[in-house]
Write a protein that binds this ligand. Structure first.
Ligand code: NAD
Length: 243
């Protein structure tokens, strides 16, 4: 028999994106009430209340946070962009707006989608743990501002607002707009005939539903005094969960 949980209210910032929409669908499955905040609209669902706006504006965010128990922040400009100003504004300053809106609205739990790239600076990592320091030379602007963003979220953890960061790497799954389509496109153009390193490099891709499951566990873990408060967690496919 399916377990029904008490009806908690969530806000998914970036809920119209690849990961965000999967998160929305799973939260609805688990009987959460769901608000979505995004700058664009990509789908309709009568069970979801949509708010269109810019996350850099606290005044845009506040209506979407009314009576919300958990905020999931999984919005970011696409990593492929080379626009430092955009990354800095959305990932860093925008995240500060999210934090202050959470505080003003009385939200008690904030889950950030960070990235495993925050500890990567071009040198191979095997069996890396959360003890690794942040990259001192981040590989791109995206990563540089994901570090700033994560630090801001974790340091804002306090008695009234419990925060956590989830760090996936290379998400794949249904409706993936980027990872697999890019690989297929390159293969079709004959651009896959080169080797990086000695050809035995490993990359830790993560199935989208595992990432979603990790986010929901993270949000549910943030009770008063929980060891997870103010911490970051890598998420991988080591122990996959099949839905
Ligand atoms: P996505 O581009 O599919 O979704 C991001 C969403 O954020 C979009 O719907 C976009 O409209 C929204 N957004 C961007 N700027 C906004 C703003 N100023 N105001 C409101 N909404 C805004 O990206 P995704 O692949 O679903 O990634 C989600 C999160 O996961 C991001 O934080 C990303 O850094 C992180 N992440 C993704 C991957 C991956 O492989 N896809 C890997 C590691 C981490």
């Amino acid at each position: 028999m399916a377990v029904r949980r008490s009806k908690k209210k969530c806000l998914v910032i970036g809920g119209c994106g690849f990961l965000g929409r999967h998160l929305v669908e799973e939260l609805l499955e688990r009987d959460y009430t769901v608000n979505v905040f995004d700058m664009r609209s990509t789908f309709e669902d009568e069970m979801v209340t949509f708010f269109i706006g810019d996350l850099c504006k606290t005044e845009d965010l506040l209506p979407a946070m009314e009576n919300v128990d958990i905020v999931f922040h999984c919005a970011s400009p696409a990593p492929s962009s080379d626009n430092y100003q955009l990354f800095y504004r959305v990932n860093y300053e925008g995240t500060k707006s999210v934090i202050s809106a959470c505080k003003e609205a009385g939200v008690q739990r904030l889950v950030l989608t960070s990235s495993a790239s925050v500890v990567f600076e071009g040198v191979d990592i095997q069996n890396g743990s959360e003890d690794l320091p942040y990259a001192s030379h981040p590989i791109d602007y995206y990563t540089e501002t994901k570090i700033l963003q994560e630090k801001e979220v974790l340091k804002s953890n306090c008695e009234d607002l419990h925060t956590i960061a989830v760090r996936p790497h290379g998400i794949f799954g249904p409706r993936d707009p980027q990872l697999v389509p890019t690989v297929v496109d390159m293969a079709r153009k004959g651009k896959s005939k080169y080797i990086i390193g000695d050809g035995r490099n490993l990359v830790d891709f993560t199935y989208v539903k595992n990432v979603v499951h990790g986010h929901i566990l993270a949000g549910e873990s943030l009770d008063e005094g929980s060891v997870t408060c103010g911490k970051a967690y890598h998420i991988t496919n080591d122990d996959p969960i099949y839905f």
